[in-house]
Design a protein around this ligand. Structure first.
Ligand code: P5A
Length: 438
């Protein structure tokens, strides 16, 4: 992508109303703009990152056997009356009336709608287990939307729903999602700690939140010092293995908890716990028949008896994750994207746009890298070097390639690693191979 043709409205000044780094950086890097309190437009650069996060979440859900679908953002209030949540949900629910006076709502979550779809179609235990998910915008009229996309009113969530015959099988589905979540967050370049949690308005009694450590996070956590020792990619939720020992091991190792389950201080020193703050990027629940019983989502079991199915639900804050990743991955100059979610892999800077030969060399590097499948943002604008460098640092692409007059005459470019700041000189005709690893 040529920067001269792109839409990247970066800001030099720090926006006054943004209190945390990720919010400031998302505005400064031209990723988002606010439409109304807690409601954002995703500009091209931000949109690319959102799509990358979404793709990794999707791959891990698919890998764990969940099936993607798409439910609408607008729901009928009737289903929520059946579960009892239409009144319970209170002011957080955005309630709408259509032209016929029918009560509708902008979905804050989808337990009711998916339970309705399930009960209409599935009648036998032979069709279980099932896990259905979608990635869709939700609306919650948060009392205090803040920190940009971190606590928005409209936000993108991946929500999955599992259906099993027995509670025992339900916990197996829960464990598969638990492991899929650890893998997802690891691939996104962040460490997420699973923490026993309260279930709040979703309900049930088995629940974990996944917390990315960050000083500005809204959740307080206690975690085991040894939490760095485990690699979630070693576990695979798709092979039907018994994942309980894996889950137990992780839960006990992290031993994370929140204020509600606060360990007494003596226990904390015994148990090697450290206190910290973090951002909740995922939340999973096993709630058995909380929705299936009142809504009569029932199947016939092997003994011919009809039973309400055992359900769980599993949420990832996809748009919140973009903020959480930045909160965990930035320095004083801007964002430092993990490669897996970077909007482009390489930023190519032409310092001599008036020099035809140098520009031709830059154009060739751009064409060759693009041809090799590398995503490049090419700063081909006729602006000063200082602005180009600071802009490129701000938007945080993993690699920068810089070509100027002097380098061109010597046949070399400068290759800079954004994360480490390391620079090396590479021959112009070797740069493509160097970046592609071929
Ligand atoms: C689980 C999936 C649920 O809604 N029902 C379906 C369950 N859980 S949750 O914890 O309430 O939300 C899941 C994740 O969504 C993100 N999230 C938010 N992100 C941005 N702004 C918000 N206002 C917001 N509220 C929730 C969080 O990452 C949460 O873990």
């Amino acid at each position: 992508m040529r920067l001269s043709r792109y839409f990247l409205p970066t800001l030099k000044e720090t926006p006054a109303d943004a209190q945390i780094a990720s919010h400031r950086l998302m505005l400064r890097a031209g990723m988002i703009r606010q439409g109304a309190a807690g409601i954002y437009s995703w500009l091209p650069l931000g949109h690319r990152v959102l799509k990358k996060v979404e793709a990794i979440v999707r791959e891990e859900q698919d890998q764990a056997g969940a099936l993607e679908m798409l439910m609408p953002t607008i729901q009928s209030a009737d289903l929520w009356s059946e579960s009892g949540r239409y009144d319970d949900y209170g002011k957080e629910m955005l309630r709408i009336e259509d032209r016929h006076g029918r009560k509708m709502l902008f979905g804050p979550t989808n337990e009711e709608l998916i339970t309705d779809i399930f009960r209409r179609e599935i009648k036998s235990y032979k069709d279980l287990p099932k896990n259905l998910y979608h990635i869709q915008w939700k609306f919650r009229d948060e009392i205090r939307p803040r920190f940009g996309v971190m606590r928005g009113r409209e936000f993108l969530m991946k929500d999955a729903y599992s259906f099993d015959l027995s509670a025992e099988d339900g916990v197996k589905s829960y464990n598969a999602m638990f492991v899929a979540y650890l893998r997802t967050f690891a691939r996104l370049g962040v460490k997420a700690i699973p923490m026993r949690a309260d279930t709040g308005p979703i309900g049930g009694d088995l629940s974990h939140e996944f917390i990315v450590l960050a000083e500005t996070g809204e959740s307080e956590v206690y975690f085991d010092k040894g939490f760095n020792d485990f690699d979630p990619m070693a576990a695979n939720p798709s092979d039907g293995e018994n994942l309980q020992p894996v889950v137990d091991q992780w839960t006990s190792l992290y031993a994370a908890t929140d204020e509600m389950h606060e360990p007494d201080s003596a226990q904390a020193v015994g148990k090697n716990l450290v206190q910290g703050r973090g951002i909740e990027v995922g939340h999973i629940f096993f709630f058995g028949d909380k929705y299936s019983k009142p809504m009569k989502a029932e199947v016939q079991g092997p003994d011919g008896k009809t039973v309400a199915v055992q359900m769980g639900s599993y949420g990832v804050g996809v748009s919140r994750l973009v903020g959480a990743i930045i909160e965990a991955c930035h320095d004083e100059n801007g964002i430092v994207w993990p490669e897996s979610v970077a909007p482009f892999k390489v930023g190519l800077i032409n310092l001599a746009t008036k020099d035809e030969a140098c520009t031709a060399a830059c154009d060739k590097i751009y064409a060759d890298l693009s041809g090799a499948g590398i995503e490049v943002l090419y700063d081909d604008r006729a602006t000063g070097a200082g602005a180009k460098f600071s802009n490129m640092d701000l938007i945080g692409l993993p690699w920068q390639i810089v070509l100027g007059n002097r380098g061109f005459q010597n046949g070399i470019v400068e290759l800079k690693n954004r994360a480490t700041g390391e620079r090396e000189e590479v021959a112009i005709d070797e740069i493509v191979a160097r970046v592609t690893g071929n």
